[in-house]
Design a protein around this ligand. Sequence first.
Ligand SMILES: NC(=O)c1ccc[n+]([C@@H]2O[C@H](COP(=O)([O-])OP(=O)(O)OC[C@H]3O[C@@H](n4cnc5c(N)ncnc54)[C@H](OP(=O)(O)O)[C@@H]3O)[C@@H](O)[C@H]2O)c1
Length: 347
Amino acid sequence: MIRAGIVGATGYTGMELVRILLEHPGVRLTYVTSRTWSGRPLANALPGLTGWSDLLCREFDATEAAGEVDIIFLCLPHGEAMDTVFQLHSLNVRQVDLSADFRIADPKIFGEWYGPHRHPQLLTEAVSGYPELYREDITGAVLVANPGCYPTTAVYGLLPLAEVDLLDPRSIVVDSKSGVSGAGKEPRGHLHFPEVEGNFSAYAIAGTHRHVCEMDQELSKISGKSVQVTFTPHLAPLSRGILSTIYARTVSPLNDDGIFELYRKRYEKEPFIRVRSPDQPLPTLKDVRGTNLCIVAPRVDRRSGITVIVSCIDNLVKGASGQAVQNMNIMSGLPETMGLESLPLTP
Ligand SMILES: NC(=O)c1ccc[n+]([C@@H]2O[C@H](COP(=O)([O-])OP(=O)(O)OC[C@H]3O[C@@H](n4cnc5c(N)ncnc54)[C@H](OP(=O)(O)O)[C@@H]3O)[C@@H](O)[C@H]2O)c1
């Protein structure tokens, strides 16, 4: 049994990790932290756990954590995780960090988007946590930087085209719609029910959302070209899910059958990426709710020649905690799908 811990267990990604890890047959959850709930049962903070877990929340202590876990998940806000990662790293604890603190490899680019990094020497140690791309590196990693939620839809939505150098690198538009849990648990005025319910809004448009630098980094690495994505996120009146509609020009013409075949072949051995063919229905958020799946549907607009890809995930599962557990499985030598084979919650 792998002993696992969660720092920030009562936030949205932490809660989702608790749910997945308590049902994981290869894991024992031994250590959970929360500043707010320290000293009290986790089931007080998350009443749905009553009868399922008698764990107590602790105040984070690196030495205590190092003695009680084989691997630890960090579910802290960005900027807050890096010192904790540094402390645990010096105690040789294997970590999966769900924040953005170690996702951007170049400290200069990190600084432009997030401010100065306090432990830049660790950026080169961190392995990018896209399992479908970096499985071998993840196997031996001590620190995995779990991907961002929006970039997960963009990277898996474009990977087959980027890998065979078919993408025009300046033509990519990622238009994403997200549920409100993507913003975390902390209450803020624009996230309150009367603001969100019956509403729909764009935000951080025109290259101002931080996730765009992760999309650029990953797609540039894959294609070997300097990619610059135009990204528009939207807030939808839903609790969870991200559906991205992605537009891109290709350097040579494709049709629906050709692009489907390219995606089918690239993903045929991937347990968590599903490709919808031209004669299947387009994916919806209910098809991925509660699952670790990313479902992609690639098509070509016959009139303009522009490629249109629908890519959707549950932001808390494949976009965060599920992908983190997939990474833990790989790091620990467990079957990659272990604990992650749930079917969608539908309707
Ligand atoms: N939500 C998503 O869909 C999603 C997807 C991918 C990645 N992420 C990333 O995952 C991380 C966690 O996201 P989340 O949505 O779970 O956030 P959240 O709901 O706001 O939870 C964060 C938790 O961290 C704890 N915490 C510890 N130190 C803190 C500090 N200095 N300031 C504020 N909170 C602190 C808080 O619990 P206590 O105050 O009780 O300690 C809080 O419950 C973030 O970096 C986020 O960007 C989120």
